[in-house]
Design a protein around this ligand. Structure first.
Ligand SMILES: [Zn+2]
Ligand SMILES: [Zn+2]
Length: 78
């Protein structure tokens, strides 16, 4: 009843898009903003800025004009 192997060993290239690309540096000053940072701010398009730049930018994204909000840190079990 088993069909002969078909396509085994041929890894299908992954079409990007399923992995969320979390930026880990401020787009303005390149300050490091690791995943668990509590000082990372993002807009709805995920432009990422550090707390200091966010304050200097009055919480407005210079790229898209969106409001910068504190990025939820991803800590805990994966
Ligand atoms: Zn910055
Ligand atoms: Zn933006």
């Amino acid at each position: 009843m088993m069909r002969p192997g078909r396509g085994i060993g041929r890894a299908a290239p992954r079409r990007g898009g399923d992995v969320l690309d979390m930026r880990t540096a401020c787009e303005r000053c390149s300050a490091e903003l690791p995943r668990d940072s509590t000082e990372a701010y993002i807009c709805s398009y995920e432009c990422t800025f550090c707390a200091r730049c966010t304050t200097e930018l009055t919480r407005t994204c210079p790229n898209c004009g969106g409001i910068l909000q504190l990025r939820p840190s991803r800590v805990g079990p994966a």
